[in-house]
Design a protein around this ligand. Sequence first.
Ligand code: ADP
Ligand code: ADP
Length: 237
Amino acid sequence: MLEITDLEKVYSTGDEALKGVSMDVEGEEVVSIIGPSGAGKSTLIRCINRLTEPTAGSIVLDGEDVTTMSKSELRNARRDMGMIFQEFNLVERLTVMENVLSGRVGYISTMQALRRNFPEEDVQRAYEVLDRVGVGGMENKRADELSGGQRQRIGIARAVLQRPKILLVDEPTSALDPETSFAVMELLTEIAREEGIPVLINIHEVELALEYTDRIVGLADGEVVFKGTPDEFDQGA
Ligand code: ADP
Ligand code: ADP
């Protein structure tokens, strides 16, 4: 599904954020990347959709190497990667429904420019997905009227609506209280199982990784220092 081989990232500042990282994600599993601040977790996630340009190595999603794609190939590949962010990245003044439908890059502005309504089938699916993530009935609220937990659920709905091949999740809980964090992690694992979407998640709370993920990749100083199940991690720690 996703296979990362010898990935390196050297920033223009000279920081060697990734020093030859190899790992993979199979279907329908939740894999978490853990490690101290500065380990390279965020850089790794951002290299996969090339929000950050990798310096060397390969990232193969469903048989295609993302690192060598042209801009237009990359645009297509990004539709297959549902991205969920730490700060939710919602558009504050838009409604929940508009935010969720904007999962397709440029969709909102295109629709507004054409003065057209969203196709009925997209709207129907958005209602289903909003229900699925536990925020049914909120579609007409503005994003800035919602709580942090609700906003993250909207972020998840927006990513799921794209029918991605993988969900890439960057620190989904760092802006949330512990109770809400558990609920969001539970939702992500349910989505992996029920929708058959693998999830790669970068998380700094080790206890959340142990509780909710199938496999753990430990990073430190840009290198993989652990790979295994939560049980194996417990025994090693
Ligand atoms: P890339 O090679 O991915 O384009 P750059 O090295 O050009 O990344 O840096 C992108 C931006 O991040 C720059 O504006 C830089 O100032 C900023 N930046 C520099 N150091 C750090 C750091 N340690 N953490 C986060 N951002 C940083
Ligand atoms: P983590 O997500 O594990 O905290 P990061 O991937 O953010 O780690 O950072 C890894 C290393 O790369 C750190 O040394 C950080 O300072 C550096 N770094 C991150 N982003 C940038 C950037 N845009 N420009 C330069 N250095 C960066």
